[in-house]
Design a protein around this ligand. Sequence first.
Ligand code: NAD
Length: 256
Amino acid sequence: SLKGKTAIITGSNSGIGLGVAWEIARSGANVVLNSFTDRDEDHALAAEIAKETGVEARYIKADMSKGDECRALIEQAGVCDVLVNNAGIQHVAPIDEFPVDKWDAIIAINMNSAFHTTAAALPMMRKAGWGRVVNIASAHGLTASPFKAAYVAAKHGVVGMTKTVALETAEEPITCNAICPGYVLTPLVEAQIPDTMEKYNMGREEVIKKVMLERQPSREFATVEQLGGTVAFLCSDAAKQITGTTISVDGGWTAL
Ligand code: NAD
């Protein structure tokens, strides 16, 4: 059980981050949710987790595209036993047409934020005598697809940084690993299904298996619960000697 520990999950007012927050809270850890907005519904998500699981949960606004706000998130939380670097965005374009502002935003949010949060969190983990850094990378941290230059570069960068942080903490009770999901069924992905069904004149199952999961041999999405469970595993005693590596949750994508 992670009772008494505190987990900070960046980019966690939707999708994988929110799913991870729920699973970690069910494991008994207090959770800090984050995104760049500061709406009532953001704070309501934390209140719902607290109510359902009995842990302490709060929401802290911080923009992960800004280094000082990444560090401020950790400082404001005050304690960080588990750091899950999850915030991320995507943009798809050929490299010679790739908008510079999109490139900069993807590198900042998907990669640089993990540098800043990890730098701020490690001293807290050292003081507490225990720590887990889990970076949500991607199958695109290990392989590439066309038109995703910034995303693939950032995710490969995160995998590289994961290895370095693991070496710098190797003799301490701290581990750092990356999870590499394939296609995950998040609300964002779910929302694309009706349009794709119409475009290809296919049923839901056919669109999922033939179009969306073309590269995922299992022909099934990974779920946010499975990703939360993988984070919880990396926080367990069984994972004490697992550091500096990647765990693929991709239905066989990277085995191809
Ligand atoms: P999502 O859009 O549902 O979640 C992204 C989260 O990041 C949101 O909470 C959003 O508010 C937050 N975010 C975006 N910009 C931010 C900023 N500037 N500051 C703070 N928070 C910010 O998407 P998701 O699918 O849940 O993605 C989560 C992570 O998982 C990303 O790093 C993504 O690259 C990775 N991933 C997703 C998939 C997939 O198939 N969905 C596959 C592999 C990896």
